[in-house]
Design a protein around this ligand. Structure first.
Ligand code: FAS
Ligand code: PHB
Length: 389
């Protein structure tokens, strides 16, 4: 087989890139090691920046999002028993779209199938070769046979645990990492959200987040010890703890119901530099991870896709490699701004075991300044809605 671009990974970054390439007439094949159903069974992000929304529309995969997504013009920070609203629309003129990553992925898969895009699921032992030459190729195992795909470029959209970053000679990579001493225990339940907007809560017992997938489906998280076991958390125990971390008005009005998804996500900040190695490009979680406190993970994957797609389009349409040559620097500039924001939100909103009384007072002072200064609220808002591409 031969194609222009082999995309390793059928998550949001691989599928979004595939759709944009296909609509630009650039052939591509997507490989994933798991099944389509397995991918659609994962519950992850919930907030889309306007840039991500625009790319989904450009990819022709936004019709259901535009119909069912929830535009949000603000969110609340809850502390000291009260909500403090951050008016995204009033402060920046922009808003975010609440629409689950699972739905984004399903819409991209549907668009790819409708457009005849080739995706090979349950492809074993995917391996990129010769990406330091002009003739890279990728092999994979399927149905007892090893297959080879010759190509011009390889997009490593295979996430943090993927093969792409691992295939780069380690001396060519520089990595930066911060692992946080806690995780997020999250549930999905078909109950109406406790509020019409998201609530990020800073409480002495720990962080909590009230989010949603629709007007009838809630997504709730509480900070938990990193070695916590999901099986130790009944729904009742979860809701009791969540209510204890929220202002009384929300704790009293919360509608609870059986969860149908419950999982713990570890929190880390991670960046690998650079994001290009010859004809191999790292995209999304393959290159960087952020704690979900700033709702940036999926949105950074989208901006990486934007930069790489522009470079590939120029390569084929204008015979120029300027965009590809600039990809890593351009992507990393936005990545580090989002890594900083996600880190700062995580430091401000969570309980740290070693913070001490001084650290507690600093958090309180930062929150107080944030909600009483228009300049500080505006800075928070412009980061949350997403800095420019
Ligand atoms: P993904 O990890 O989504 O997709 C990578 C794909 O590559 C997968 O389908 C995988 O099967 C495939 N793959 C891996 N190795 C392979 C190999 N060797 N061969 C072939 N295929 C391979 N972000 C937020 O903004 N908010 C959140 O609340 C949030 N929660 C998260 C919870 C969890 C548990 C995780 C892991 C992430 C969360 N994120 C969140 C971040 C998440 O949304 C990512 O940013 C997003 O999935 C990035 O998309 P991709 O880069 O496509 O990577
Ligand atoms: C979610 O709805 O899953 C979500 C929303 C905002 C975040 C993190 C997760 O910051």
């Amino acid at each position: 087989m031969r194609t222009h671009v082999v995309i390793i990974g059928s998550g949001p970054s691989g599928l979004l890139l595939g759709q944009l390439l296909t609509r630009a007439g650039i052939d591509n094949i997507v490989l994933d090691r798991v099944s389509k159903d397995y991918i659609l069974g994962r519950v992850r992000a919930g907030v889309l920046e306007e840039g991500t929304v625009g790319l989904l529309r450009e990819a022709g995969a936004a019709e259901r999002m535009d119909r069912e997504g929830l535009p949000h013009g603000g969110f609340s920070l809850a502390f000291d028993g009260r909500d403090h609203r951050i008016d995204l629309l009033g402060l920046t003129g922009h808003q975010v779209m609440v629409y689950g990553q699972t739905e984004v992925t399903a819409d991209l898969m549907e668009g790819r199938e409708a457009g005849g895009g080739q995706t090979i699921y349950e492809a074993g032992n995917v391996t990129p070769y010769d990406f330091d030459t002009a003739s890279p190729y990728v092999t994979y195992d399927k149905d007892g046979t090893t297959h080879r795909i010759d190509c011009d470029f390889i997009a490593g959209c295979d996430g943090y645990h993927g093969v792409s970053r691992r295939s780069v000679p380690q001396q060519a990579l520089t990595t930066f990492e911060r692992v946080y001493p806690f995780g997020w225990l999250g549930i999905l339940a078909d109950v109406p959200p406790v509020s019409h907007e998201l609530i990020y809560a800073n409480h002495p017992r720990g962080f909590a987040l009230c989010s949603m997938r629709s007007q009838t489906r809630s997504r709730y998280y509480i900070q938990c010890p990193v070695d916590e076991k999901v099986e130790d958390w009944s729904d009742d125990r979860f809701y009791d703890e969540l209510r204890r971390r929220l202002p009384a008005e929300h704790a009293e009005s919360m509608v609870t119901g059986p969860s149908f998804e419950k999982s713990i996500a570890p929190l880390r900040s991670f960046v690998a530099e650079p994001m290009r190695f010859g004809s191999l490009f790292l995209v999304g979680d393959a290159a960087h991870i952020v704690p979900p406190t700033g709702a940036k993970g999926l949105n950074l994957a989208a901006s990486d896709v934007h930069y790489l797609f522009e470079g590939l389009r120029e390569h084929y349409a204008e015979k120029s490699d300027a965009g590809l040559d600039a990809y890593s620097d351009r992507a990393l500039k936005r990545v580090w701004r989002a890594v900083r924001f996600s880190w700062s939100m995580t430091m401000m909103m969570h309980r740290f075991p070693d913070a001490g009384a001084f650290g507690q007072k600093i958090q309180e002072a930062e929150l107080d300044y944030l909600v009483t200064s228009r300049a500080a609220s505006t800075a928070l808002a412009e980061n949350y809605i997403g800095l420019p591409y």
